[in-house]
Design a protein around this ligand. Structure first.
Ligand SMILES: Cc1cc2nc3c(=O)[nH]c(=O)nc-3n(C[C@H](O)[C@H](O)[C@H](O)COP(=O)(O)OP(=O)(O)OC[C@H]3O[C@@H](n4cnc5c(N)ncnc54)[C@H](O)[C@@H]3O)c2cc1C
Length: 509
């Protein structure tokens, strides 16, 4: 199991909430009177409050003083109207895996916890599913699988369906069908005004465009209808190949050769490649190992030519496994029982950057920084993780670069150094983590921006909004093409003129 933080102690979330929460007077009984009988409200004295407010990453987490748990979409409408009238800030929460530091702007106010909006309805003709606003990836995947159907969802089982989708949404099936948000047909959304509307290509093409990449800025989605597909390839194979750090250049040069010649993705839709770096002294006491996942669908063993090429680079181990689509999350350490699905109170800032190909020299520079950060004597960051996601790309590129507010369809690789630590209550530790993360990302960016022959313009940082640290620019989150920024700003002014939906990578007009 990877993607965990083995060396960090947990601290209690309630103490953190109590320490930072600034009470805003809210008449909760007046609000409760407007809600359906299934809705409820938690205040900080409720026993379930701490659990409902807990988050995957504690760095700059939102800190409400009231949590509303709606049972119907009308409850969401009433809560937004109430909050607006009382001039109280509010934020929808779902899988609680959002970590952009702007979320910490909610200090006091109302969280609208969507967990009870959990219905999943497959249409009789088997081509679409209507998913309520609080459904998580695993629930949707399992419900569809039981009907011999599937769609693109985020890969981590406890992340919500809509959290990733509103920012684009990467998943195992994107090589076939595109991003999570490329599956959206229509969305029911409560706007800043409190109005509940249905948005689709026909009813409102501009807002529909913006909800697929910059969606957190425009409202609370109470349900979405998405495309689904017959399960074509139930069986999957994985080869997990683990190397010591001296293989960095060879491994990523091979990956370029196999799937990214000249920065153009030739990766088959049936193939995904991921790699993690982590420090596990039992595997290599001298530095982090590099673990490469070769994942292929529709086969019982990964393509032998690919496996042989990796095995020729003298790995520490190379282990095959077979199973089905449902095994992918456990294989990659992001299933419901794995570390990333636990809320420990630790901080996990990430520093994402999209790339068209691996620059082996830049990857080496990033590796040396990661090694120093994780292995230095007394390091508080030993449990950190460096992630490269190399999903198949054909389905993402098919709609064309400008199709939606997701700006990075031309890129192929998502690099995401993650700095993991237990907060000690000092700003100095957070600043040190930020410094390490920034240096590692900058190393990759320097490679992309400075290398002769790099495909694409990397003069501005290409950053995935759903992984963002929060200090990136608006251009980085949503693309630096002026038409994109103009369009988003104009839509933000129109639909959220006072910025009530501005806690997640806010669009500033
Ligand atoms: C372990 C891990 C694995 C991940 N895997 C993937 C992955 O495979 N693919 C991928 O693309 N991303 C992935 N992500 C990133 C993920 O997209 C973001 O972290 C996302 O913000 C998580 O959404 P959430 O609902 O779980 O979190 P939350 O913190 O609850 O929500 C995040 C933001 O989304 C908003 N939001 C959530 N639901 C709604 C809704 N119904 N209507 C309106 N706004 C809503 C919230 O208001 C908040 O601003 C992963 C993150 C982690 C930590």
């Amino acid at each position: 199991m990877r993607f965990q933080v083995p060396f960090l102690a947990a601290f209690t979330f309630d103490s953190a909430v109590a320490a930072v929460c600034k009470p805003i007077p809210i008449d909760s009984s007046a609000l409760l009177a407007k809600l359906s009988s299934g809705a409820y409200i938690l205040n900080s004295t409720s026993s379930e409050f701490a659990e409902a407010a807990a988050r995957w990453s504690s760095l700059d987490a939102p800190s409400p003083n009231l949590i509303v748990v709606p049972a119907t979409e009308e409850d969401v409408v009433q809560t937004v109207l109430f909050a607006n009238k009382q001039n109280v800030p509010f934020l929808a929460t779902n899988g609680a895996h959002g970590s952009v530091i702007s979320l910490g702007g909610l200090q006091g106010g109302i969280e609208i916890y969507l967990t009870q909006l959990s219905s999943i309805d497959i249409a009789a003709d088997g081509t679409t599913v209507t998913v309520a606003g609080g459904v998580h990836s695993k629930n949707l995947t399992d419900a569809l699988w039981a009907a011999n159907k599937q769609t693109v969802t985020g890969t981590c089982e406890c992340v919500s369906y809509l959290g990733p989708g509103l920012g684009g949404g990467h998943g195992w099936l994107q090589g076939h069908h595109g991003l999570v948000s490329d599956q959206f047909i229509s969305l029911n959304i409560v706007l800043a005004s409190g109005e509940l509307v249905t948005v689709s290509e026909d009813s409102n093409p501009d807002l529909f465009w913006s909800l697929r990449g910059a969606g957190h800025n425009f409202g609370i989605v109470t349900s979405v209808t998405s495309k689904i597909y017959d399960v074509e390839y139930p069986n999957y194979a994985i080869q997990t190949v683990t190397f010591t750090g001296d293989a960095v250049e060879d491994v990523y040069s091979l990956a370029n050769e196999l799937w990214l010649p000249d920065g153009v993705s030739t990766q088959p839709a049936t193939f995904n490649q991921w790699s993690y770096w982590f420090y596990e002294p039992d595997l290599d006491a001298t530095g982090p190992v590099l673990q490469f996942y070769l994942i292929e669908e529709g086969v019982d063993a990964v393509n032998a030519t690919v496996v042989d090429a990796f095995n020729a680079l003298s790995p520490l181990s190379s282990v095959p496994s077979t199973g089905t689509y449902l095994d992918l999350a456990a294989w990659t350490g992001i299933d419901i029982n794995a570390g990333p699905c636990q809320k420990t109170g630790n901080a996990y800032p990430r520093f994402p950057i999209y790339l068209t190909q691996y620059d082996p020299a830049a990857v080496r520079n990033a590796y040396e920084l990661f090694k120093e950060m994780t292995t230095a004597s007394g390091s508080l960051f030993t449990g950190s993780l460096f992630l490269f996601e190399g999903y198949a790309q054909a389905g993402v590129k098919a709609p064309g670069d400008d199709a939606t507010a997701f700006a990075y369809r031309s890129d192929n690789i998502l690099g995401a150094p993650m700095v993991a630590y237990t907060p000690d209550g000092t700003a100095a530790l957070d600043a040190t983590a930020l410094n390490w993360g920034t240096q590692m990302r900058d190393a990759l960016w320097a490679g992309a921006n400075g290398t002769e022959g790099t495909v694409g313009d990397f003069s501005s940082l290409h950053s995935y909004v759903n992984y963002a640290y929060g200090d990136e620019t608006q251009d980085s989150w949503y693309g630096d093409a002026s038409w994109r920024q103009t369009k988003l700003k104009s839509l933000k002014s129109q639909y959220d003129p006072t910025g009530v939906f501005s806690f997640y990578a806010p669009i500033k007009v």
